[in-house]
Design a protein around this ligand. Sequence first.
Ligand SMILES: Nc1ncnc2c1ncn2[C@@H]1O[C@H](COP(=O)(O)OP(=O)(O)OP(=O)(O)O)[C@@H](O)[C@H]1O
Ligand SMILES: [Mg+2]
Length: 456
Amino acid sequence: MPAATVLVVDDERNILTSVSRALGLEGYDVEVAGSAEIALDKIAKQSFDAILLDVQLPGIDGLQMLDELAKREVDTPVIMMSGHGTIDVAMEAIHRGADDFIEKPIGSDRLVLALRRSLRLRALQEENEDLRRRFGAGDTLLGQSAAIQSLREQVSLAARSNAAVLILGERGTGKELVAGAIHAGSARAGGPFEKLNCAAVPEGLIESELFGHEAGAFTGATKKRHGKFERAHGGTLFLDEVGDMPPQMQAKLLRVLQDGELERVGGGAPVRVDVRVVAATNKALEKEIEAGRFRADLFDRLNVLPLLVPPLRERPSDVPRLAEHFLELACETHDRPGKKISPGAMALLAAYPYPGNVRELRNLVERLVILTPGTLIGEAEARALLPTGAADPSQRYFRPETPIREMLEAAERDLITRALRYRDGHVTKTAADLGLERSHLYKKMRALGLRKPGGD
Ligand SMILES: Nc1ncnc2c1ncn2[C@@H]1O[C@H](COP(=O)(O)OP(=O)(O)OP(=O)(O)O)[C@@H](O)[C@H]1O
Ligand SMILES: [Mg+2]
């Protein structure tokens, strides 16, 4: 890793010298500036990994400099250096976006520690942002089918309201992504997004997971603990697989939704919470209600805004866009850059019915990236990996947004190839099987660009 570059801004020459020396010894590249004006000039020409900034400067002072950096959208971490009696100003600086401050006289240990901490924090933030960009919600509901476009519109409408949302859809269709997008697009985006998978938590623990507990509420509860509801205060609580919530919990959840108040396990005063609930399930809740496994009154509370995420097989035109996206991710994750999916392979991918929906497509593409040695993922690789038999045969030849003539041609090409292979490439026998004149079959083969496999 190249050395981090640090800009030191101070009007006292001896501070510039001593700080430069200390940082130089630690292997940092150091630049100095005797005023904020000079520093801003340097920042316009070069990017720094960190800035050490004196609070008191002639001309533009430390605080004004922070504002100036914000205005220019420079998000380099800043550590303030404060002289005696300027600690309040340093605190103010933290409020305005500085990362840290150190007091003069500056000890080199303290300086290096603060710098390292800032750089590490920034690296983590960048990593987080990157992860969010790649996997998170935001605007990543990809696809151009009419179905997904309408879903995106519903998501943004739902985001603008504060009402409970119930997301329905088969496994792997993107329900969690939708929930995240609703939160990210809402006025609560700055607040927490908490998630509870109701199917994954043991029945006995679900209540304390949701509502928290007081110390001593049960064996093992040594400390007071906040539940998901309290942690989601001011934000959104995503109740995943809500159809699997035990009936007893359903009653308690209903009460919180009605009253906006909860009680931790083990008693104590009721706690007011401001939480928006978004729930999801792949179960048909109406059936669960009929069977007496889900409360109708809770359903009504959760189902204010129902959103249906359609299965992928009903929107095959989304497959190419999604496949390209997952290809890029997989190439990066597995460090195999520049792989491409051939049009033939893409057509095969688009025609597959995906019982596991988008998640299955994602896994398939990842496997293709790992298993294809060259850069081009071709038809053969795709065919080898696509689960056969599971495919609905009518889907094999279907390609989204394609004239029927082309789909029939693809089907004919495939059928003749198979028939020829069955007869070891014997054209006369194949023609007889297919009920065609031998010359007619030859003509078709030429037209379809087929050569007979092996001799005749
Ligand atoms: N429209 C989309 N655009 C981009 N990525 C998507 C889209 N839909 C789903 N995905 C991705 O597919 C995967 C599965 O999505 P998600 O976990 O949201 O599905 P789910 O419906 O919650 O599944 P399950 O019912 O199994 O919990 C995730 O990696 C998600 O990022
Ligand atoms: Mg999910």
